[in-house]
Write a protein that binds this ligand. Structure first.
Ligand SMILES: Nc1ncnc2c1ncn2[C@@H]1O[C@H](COP(=O)(O)OP(=O)(O)O)[C@@H](O)[C@H]1O
Ligand SMILES: [Mg+2]
Length: 216
């Protein structure tokens, strides 16, 4: 899992100029599955503190692009930078949140262990997300909604610079969906975290993101 990389501090001339740069920038990227090129020449910028939407029909390659931005899938072309720096040997602080959180969790770990591994406790976020769940349970003992709340909490506890949220609220009821996005947008505003909201739901993206792009 991507870990926290401290954001540049204000008050230093060099770093202040960095603050003005777009945070995550993909220039002309291509992604493939095997030999099949799915996307070619995609330009995408996720500025600091903003939510950008990515839409497209099922099978278009949204998940593959999201995973590539988090360096979980190789680029077949183009350039990816965070504050002007390409991925290096260190941790890449771009966190990918899976549509189906169960596949991204160790089934043998309790919730307590899963969250302890993510970072220092965040009781404020846990409460805001409604993720106060029994610590001794295992992931398969949770409902889909509880799992997604846990997954979002875990993702935020790693304090990523950018969060890639892949259809994370597709299976939630409208009230829970609105709550999750409100919390995520609050974190963006408060910490400068960038957010890529991947969804096939254009109405949702229009509500939560200032800017969206579609892939066909
Ligand atoms: N692990 C994989 N191996 C081979 N093909 C894959 C794999 N994952 C996805 N694909 C294929 O790549 C295409 C894009 O998938 P995906 O990125 O999941 O699209 P989306 O998220 O837009 O539905 C689809 O045709 C899908 O079947
Ligand atoms: Mg997908």
């Amino acid at each position: 899992m991507a870990r926290f990389c401290p954001p540049p501090q204000e008050g230093n001339g060099r770093l202040c100029r960095k603050m003005a740069l777009p945070m995550l920038e993909a220039q002309g990227i291509a992604v493939a599955q095997g030999r099949r090129i799915l996307i070619q020449g995609l330009d995408l910028t996720i500025p600091r503190g903003e939510c950008v939407g990515l839409s497209g029909p099922s099978g278009a390659g949204k998940t593959t692009v999201g995973r590539a931005l988090a360096c979980l899938h190789p680029l077949a072309g183009g350039r990816l930078t965070l504050d002007g720096q390409p991925p290096g040997k260190g941790l890449w602080p771009v966190q990918y949140l899976h549509q189906d959180p169960l596949v991204a969790m160790n089934p043998r770990w309790t919730l307590d262990r899963i969250l302890r591994e993510a970072g220092p406790p965040r009781d404020d976020l846990r409460t805001a997300l409604g993720a106060d769940l029994p610590a001794e349970r295992f992931p398969h003992e949770l409902s889909g909604g509880q799992l997604q709340r846990l997954s979002i909490l875990r993702g935020l506890m790693a304090r990523p610079r950018v969060l890639i949220a892949d259809e994370i609220t597709a299976a939630l009821d409208p009230v829970s969906q609105a709550l999750m996005w409100r919390v995520l947008l609050d974190v963006c505003r408060a910490t400068g975290m960038g957010l890529l909201a991947i969804s096939h739901d254009d109405a949702l993206l229009a509500r939560i993101s200032g800017r969206s792009m579609a892939i066909a």
